[in-house]
Design a protein around this ligand. Structure first.
Ligand code: F3S
Length: 401
């Protein structure tokens, strides 16, 4: 891999130990994946923030780093709401460690808003063709697919290294040839809002790591694309997808349709909704906001909950910036007894672990909650989630579309 003179000096330790480690990580990855050089990035999004996932070893590594990031960089969700961690019964010991992790990142100049939807925040713009080093899988999918930017699915250490250097290795999804559709997925019936998460859950298993192109009979909006990509990244490992006529890159590059074609039938999606009716237990916790709720999703949740009272734990996850920007939605939601929680999510927080059945409106959460939280997960639309939280009636109707 070609390195400039300055990069060679950094690799030799002439710019200090932190940058030597950082460039060492990028060069190693570049050599493994056949990168020709390092390229500048516009921003970084860094996973590996929750104490639940990185533990003491991660805290120690981050705490030892020195210097400042060279590009805008932001954190993925932490293990708790950083301002109100007691509300979800996080232990003081966990909170203490979590705060140390966030402080260590902050010392490096990283924005500590802790969200998987950085593209919804002010000052974190992403344009078509921008090179990034993002690590949370749904954010990676959204950046690549919906915004037409270019990022690999970085690990926490490689995203942090890229932020410290302002560069990443030029391989994978940074290159034109790796962004070409490899499997064509046809959906011959119109989809409604929560169907996109269910579709992603099914399609991710079919696509695996490949780049799918969808042929749809309905026109998804940005939040529906967010749900589709998040689910595919979790049930499979899809980091980039195209939707014919919708996503930006396929409109500019005129790809040929791949030889491998599959169709997803309606009954496959119906089976996902059936999870609620066939669950071994009633949901004890209802969650929405995976990925973090956008303003439009908060508005919908507020409208659905207005004037109602929830009878089960109901947690709604979003970024702190959006929660501050839309206080009226937050007030309406919380008047119902539901909790708006920032900086964290149902998967990376240990708070979810005390429940045995969790209802979600996210294909990604459906894939991750069982393994990461040890709970059964069931799926329903946002409307069904509200219904279940208010009266527990959604189960009888199978979490309806
Ligand atoms: Fe975001 Fe957590 Fe889901 S990081 S995509 S809300 S699993």
């Amino acid at each position: 891999m070609y390195l400039t003179k300055e990069e060679e000096q950094i690799l030799n330790g002439e710019a200090g130990e932190t940058l030597r480690q950082a460039i060492g990580i990028l060069v190693t990855l570049g050599d493994i994946y056949g990168a020709d050089r390092l390229i500048p990035i516009k921003s970084a999004q860094i996973a590996g923030v929750s104490y639940k996932t990185i533990g003491d070893a991660g805290l120690e590594w981050i705490s030892d780093l020195q210097g400042r990031v060279k590009v805008p960089a932001i954190l993925n969700p932490a293990g708790m709401d950083l301002e109100d961690w007691e509300r979800l019964r996080i232990s003081p010991d966990f909170a203490e460690k979590q705060k140390l992790i966030v402080q260590a990142y902050e010392k490096l100049g990283i924005r500590c808003e802790c969200t998987c939807t950085p593209y919804a925040l002010e000052g974190f713009d992403v344009g078509y063709g921008d090179h990034l080093a993002w690590s949370e899988s749904s954010a990676v999918s959204y950046a690549n697919s919906v915004l037409g930017a270019r990022t690999n699915r970085e690990g926490g250490p490689s995203a942090l290294s890229a932020a410290l250097l302002g560069k990443t290795a030029n391989y994978g999804f940074h290159l034109d040839e790796n962004r070409v559709p490899e499997i064509s997925i046809d959906v011959e019936y119109p989809l409604e809002r929560s169907d996109y998460g269910a579709l992603g859950y099914v399609a991710g298993k079919l696509a695996g790591k490949r780049v799918p192109v969808f042929h749809l009979r309905s026109t998804p909006d940005a939040d529906e694309l967010k749900a589709l990509g998040a689910a595919m990244a979790a049930s499979g490992a899809v980091a980039l997808y195209h939707v014919e006529g919708i996503t930006p890159e396929i409109r500019k590059r005129n790809f040929e349709d791949p030889a491998e074609k599959v169709a997803i039938e309606k009954k496959e999606l119906d089976e996902i909704y059936e999870s609620l009716r066939t669950a071994r237990k009633e949901p004890e916790l209802i969650t929405i906001g995976c990925p973090h709720c956008t303003a439009a999703e908060l508005e919908t949740a507020a409208k659905l909950l207005k004037g109602k009272t929830v009878s089960k734990e109901f947690w709604i996850f979003t970024s702190r910036e959006l929660a501050k920007r839309y206080p009226a939605y937050i007030r309406t939601i919380e008047e119902s007894g539901a909790k708006v929680v920032c900086d964290t999510c149902m998967v990376v927080s240990p708070a979810t672990n005390r429940f045995s059945c969790v209802m979600v409106n996210s294909g990604k959460a459906l894939a991750y909650v069982p393994g990461m939280c040890g709970a059964e997960a069931v799926y329903g639309s946002m409307e069904a989630c509200v219904e279940e939280a208010v009266g527990g009636t959604a189960k009888k109707e199978g979490g309806s579309h």
